[in-house]
Design a protein around this ligand. Structure first.
Ligand SMILES: [Zn+2]
Length: 382
């Protein structure tokens, strides 16, 4: 019997040049004072200005908040909340990659509901309605625009907190592929690989359901067929558009079914060693595909994804075959495939294994791995 509970709260508008609609959409939401959260790289690339130009046409009172970092922390959120308290916005815009969108959501939790970021760690902890928010992603990776979760690191413990509530979902997401044309090649690689892991992990989680499976599979279709195209030809707008839509749909799948062991293994590498999320989750994905593929039901699911891209194998070989395919994408994108290629003290791997096993996201993986198995997965990267 099919069962699910899924409420998509976000209006999605996609197409080249849709950033030009930002001002009229803000007016539709009755905005007068707009706080725009954009990281400094997005400002330097001229993308923040594009959003501002559209908002200025409608005479809106706008203020930019740029004092945030990659993998935003409670320090970044607190700085934004101080700015919001002075400016008193009635609309928030997260314009940038996952860091800008997550930081905007984090600011919204604390500004709208009070307390501190840690109070909202988990699901459904918001205590009141929140400010309306518009997401304008400039990368194709995180899928933050289609989720109610913000990933914020605790600046004291470095733990990545997933803070989600239906009321934190964006009212509108603007998907303009032209905004992704200017990103550095490494960002295209890291974010695209991350989006691919979202499609693969959500497709098999314990909480997978008819809705998440549909979004995971559509995301897989767009991402697997377009990733190398954008790596090899960054100006291919059609492929950029498919990556953006694929990443967004993978985000919808995350909202419906969460993630798995590759993210559980990746988070401690980012927290302890500052390894970029796309690099760490991409590197761990093949090991997880091989291990998960030993489960017959998961092997069958992997077999169906391979069939979608024209590779036909038996279910019991599917985990290994999919892992090889994924490693090939990593290498062609110039990313590392082995833990030994990164600057990580081998003595720390046991501790990393304990960290990984205790990650919330590990509990959604179709196969449960204890700390010793997580350690083995780190050691098995080829
Ligand atoms: Zn991810």
């Amino acid at each position: 019997m099919l069962s699910f509970d899924f409420h998509q709260r976000t209006r999605f508008i996609a197409g080249p040049g849709v950033i030009g609609k930002l001002g009229s959409l803000a007016v539709e939401l009755s905005a007068k004072r707009v706080l725009i959260v954009s990281d400094p790289g997005v400002v330097a690339a001229g993308l923040y200005q594009k959003g501002l130009d559209s908002l200025n046409k409608y005479g809106l009172n706008c203020l930019g908040f740029h004092d945030l970092h990659e993998n935003p922390s409670t320090v970044d959120v607190n700085a934004g909340v101080l700015v919001a308290k002075q400016f008193q916005p009635d609309l928030l815009i997260g314009l940038g990659g996952g860091s800008s969108m997550d930081c905007a959501k984090g600011i919204n939790f604390v500004y709208s509901c009070g307390g501190r970021m840690q109070d909202y760690w988990g699901k459904g902890k918001a205590t009141s309605e929140m400010l309306p928010m518009i997401a304008v992603p400039t990368t194709s990776g995180t899928g933050s625009e289609s989720q109610s979760y913000a990933l914020i690191s605790d600046s004291q413990t470095h733990v990545k907190m997933a803070c989600g509530d239906p009321r934190a979902a964006c009212r509108i997401a603007l998907l303009d592929p032209e905004l992704t044309l200017t990103q550095p090649a490494r960002v295209t690689a890291l974010t695209g690989i991350d989006a691919l892991t979202h499609a693969l992990e959500t497709f098999v989680t314990k909480d997978r359901n008819a809705i998440s499976i549909a979004y995971s599979r559509a995301a897989w279709h767009y991402l697997s067929s377009s990733f190398l195209k954008v790596i090899n030809d960054p100006s291919n707008l059609e492929a950029r558009s498919r990556m953006q839509t694929g990443a967004c749909m993978a985000g919808m799948a995350i909202e419906a079914s969460m993630l798995g062991a590759a993210h559980a293994l990746a988070n401690p590498l980012t927290a302890r060693f500052g390894i970029a999320h796309g690099q760490s989750v991409g590197m761990m994905m093949p090991a997880v595909l091989k291990a998960n593929g030993n489960d017959a039901a998961v092997g069958e699911l992997y077999r169906s994804l391979l069939a979608d891209i024209g590779i036909n194998v038996h279910a019991h070989d599917a985990g290994n075959t999919l892992a090889d395919w994924f490693s090939g994408q990593l290498k062609l994108a110039g990313l590392k495939v082995r833990l030994s290629q990164l600057d990580i003290d081998p003595a720390s791997i046991q501790t990393l294994g304990q960290d990984a096993a205790s990650q919330w996201t590990a509990s959604f993986n179709p196969v449960r791995y204890a700390a010793t198995e997580m350690t083995r997965l780190y050691n098995s990267t080829e």
